[in-house]
Ligand binder design. Structure first.
Ligand SMILES: O=C(O)C(=O)C[C@H](O)[C@H](O)COP(=O)(O)O
Length: 203
């Protein structure tokens, strides 16, 4: 199982996926991987999410994890489905301890210094800055990251193909997350094209 550092370094963008119909999961993963995005975050926002993880894991090269994990029960269900990493919108000690103890790669959401300190106490150094744009964007992240020189970030929330490069140009940013690669109603050819553009993004 790759660790969280490796996962964050695999590509410039982690697509954040909302899967309504499990039948779309595998073709979507194939299009994203073909476009160069291998790390796939399936949000637990829909009833299809866990089966979507199972389907996407069949796609060679895909590294499939779950987003929107807010409870230990969800964490257990994701493990059962074969999820390879966990993303949460925030960080509680209870959930954080359970995931850290398991050794499963974990990218918890942080929005302020207290959140990061809670992560440090759990031994975590990799965080999702969420919601990135609503929290003040790159200027806010720069100010927040300054005291936490070991921390590495995946800003997510409101980021686009246009704004991603400015985030990626900031040293502690390893990758960004976003849903722009899979617009609602897009064809698989369009998703592959957007993934190819996203995977080529550099500062
Ligand atoms: O459900 C979660 O836990 C999330 O991870 C939320 C996502 O990060 C954002 O919804 C992605 O933001 P957009 O790219 O602005 O759509």
């Amino acid at each position: 199982m790759p660790d969280i550092e490796t996962i964050m370094r695999t590509g410039a963008v982690i697509p954040v996926l909302v899967i309504d119909d499990v039948a779309t999961a595998r073709p979507l993963a194939e299009a994203l991987v073909a476009g160069g995005l291998k790390v796939l975050e399936v949000t637990l926002r829909t009833p299809a999410a866990l089966d979507a993880i199972r389907e996407m894991k069949q796609v060679p090269g895909a590294i499939v994890g779950a987003g929107t994990v807010v409870s230990k029960e969800q964490f257990a269900r994701v493990m059962d489905a074969g999820g390879e990493f966990i993303v949460s919108p925030g960080l509680t000690t209870d959930l954080g301890e359970a995931i850290v103890r398991s050794g499963v790669p974990f990218l918890p959401g942080v929005a302020n210094a207290g959140d990061i300190m809670r992560g440090y106490e759990l031994g975590l150094r990799h965080f999702k800055f969420f919601p990135a744009e609503a929290n003040g964007g790159l200027p806010a992240l720069k100010a927040l990251a300054a005291p936490f020189y070991e921390a590495q970030f995946c800003p997510t929330g409101g980021i686009t193909a246009e704004t991603a490069p400015t985030y990626l140009g900031f040293g502690p940013v390893r990758c960004v997350g976003g849903s722009w690669v899979t617009p609602k109603g897009a064809s698989m050819a369009e998703v592959e094209r957007l993934a190819r553009e996203a995977s080529a993004l550099r500062p």
